[in-house]
Design a protein around this ligand. Sequence first.
Ligand SMILES: [Zn+2]
Length: 462
Amino acid sequence: MSHTVCHDVGQWITDNVSQQVERCVEQDCNWWCLCCNKWFCFLVWVVVQVAKWVVTTVCEIVADVVDLVVNVVTGLIDIVVGIFTLDWSRIVAGFGEIIGGVVLFVVDLIPILIGGTLVGTFIDAADGWSLRSYVRGLLQDKYGKSDPEGLKRMFDALGLDGGGFGLRVDARAMRSQIRSDRSSRPGAPPDLVGWHNTGAIDLKVLAGVNPTVWWSRFWPELVGDNGSISESDIDAYLASGGTGAGIKHFSLFAMSQGDLDSRLDCADTHSRELGLIFRWEKVDGLLTRSDQAVVNRSTFASVLTSTPFNRTNTATNAQTAIDEVTMPLVIGGWGYSDGTGMGISAHLANCTCLEADDSGSTLFPGEGITGTHFRYRKPDLAFKYTAIHEIGHTFGLCHVSGLLRIMFTNAAGANKSIWSWSSFGQYLTTGVEAGFVLDEGKKVWDYIVANVDSTRLQTRAF
Ligand SMILES: [Zn+2]
């Protein structure tokens, strides 16, 4: 959380100072003084970057110390609670938090101490500048001749001339919810009982009371209508077919709101590397089908069209499908019928990948619909990137090698290497936080300019 504050401070300096100074550097030369106007602005730009580094470094060190204390304390709490409740997964998680917290603290300080983050500040600033120039060029090429007035409105709406560059998009974060008393047919028993009895889902696994494997268990939120719900309450509910006298009804959420928010915070931290700015609408989505709770990867695109997700594919309404590219949907759910993976996404249109897959192809075929789904898993250190990773896919990004890349995956079949030189360089210059690279920002804008309406690009949503 505290790192988010440091990041926001740095972002504020970028949006409100660096970007203006860049425009000053980009102005025409005053030849009578050998371009002194540009040189002077460039010196100011360098000074601004150094100042930004000093401010964010002090902030980061304080945040690292705070994190260390928080990790140790929460670890101790988890261990003590785990011992008293005989919850092994919680004890192990507690030790993980303490050991991980100490390791993280040391690993985070090394790039600062060797001066790597100072270099990183300049690399980030130069990358941001390059991305803005690239987007300016893309828009100029496509609209400069045909619609110069519209182009001006785009630059303004996208903040390309200052005030923070990014396409401002209204994004929706939907937390999957299951109700114990919801029935699709009036007077019939609750659907949930049927889902469980046919084996489509295992209610006790989804409720977290009967985890299959402790290290990848779910962390759902079970909320009784009248007080807490125990395992025996669920047994009684299932045994009576969901209609017995005296059974307790409940809502089951795939994750807590706080856990979902941690994914959205991470998405906000990194979206600017792609030139995207999210405004989140957070809602709970009441599931109406069992394949919305445990998603079959091969049918995800069609699941997206069902209620409560209600996304639109090209076949149903091509214009709405295009509009939804800039209305990202992130569904926080349970998991996948194949039992693997952290998320899944669908994207509208064909595009090309930065890295070829095993067959040598760089084609990333579109599915005619935009939407993402992810599950929650601990520890946050490794899995907080799931939402922004999936959003990256919906804007046309593919998997890459390198642990510190947000689009990295260790999924079998993807065959991406955990090691890459660029990730090592990234560690030395920005620490252990994963990120996007400049080429990915460019890819996202290739996708946006190719697929999003010109009127939308001229609109500043907020
Ligand atoms: Zn992926």
